[in-house]
Design a protein around this ligand. Sequence first.
Ligand code: FES
Length: 180
Amino acid sequence: MAGGGLSQLPRKRRGILLAGLGAATVTGVAGVWRWQRGPTYPQGAPLQVDVSSLPAGQLLTVQWNQRPVWVLRRSPADLATLVRNDNALTDARSEHSAQPPGCVNLHRSLDPALLVAVGLCTHQGCTPMLQAGVGFTCPCHASRYDLAGRVFKQGPAPANLVIPAYHLAADGRLVLGALA
Ligand code: FES
């Protein structure tokens, strides 16, 4: 950081930045990570996932690039819950969280119906549990996330769940690891 340095950043921002720097150091071990302004998001060898038969409310977990990646098909009722939560969220607009540019929106996804997220808590990496129609709760220190992976203020997790690079192919397949 030019000028003020890390020590002058607010504690939560400093934690997110250090997490991003830590991720950047794994280049060559777990795939290719690209540094951008702000927190980065993971990219890597593409993996195609057929999500055509995934029913609403069901969470699919696939292993990609040495991490679990969730795919959740959200119902219209699920999407409606995202509008109500803004004041309770740490980063409601995902300005300080890691996701590709096309996912900086209310639903944090390319297709509103599909959540694609790394299934690791941004505090210490535990695996949050899905509460259908509500969000995700981390079993380690009780951080909570909504159905877009946006973290609630009351827990220790500093940032929203990480969204990896992905795109949706013409045949509807999800392609993890690369933007279109
Ligand atoms: S690891 Fe999830 S709240 Fe601590």
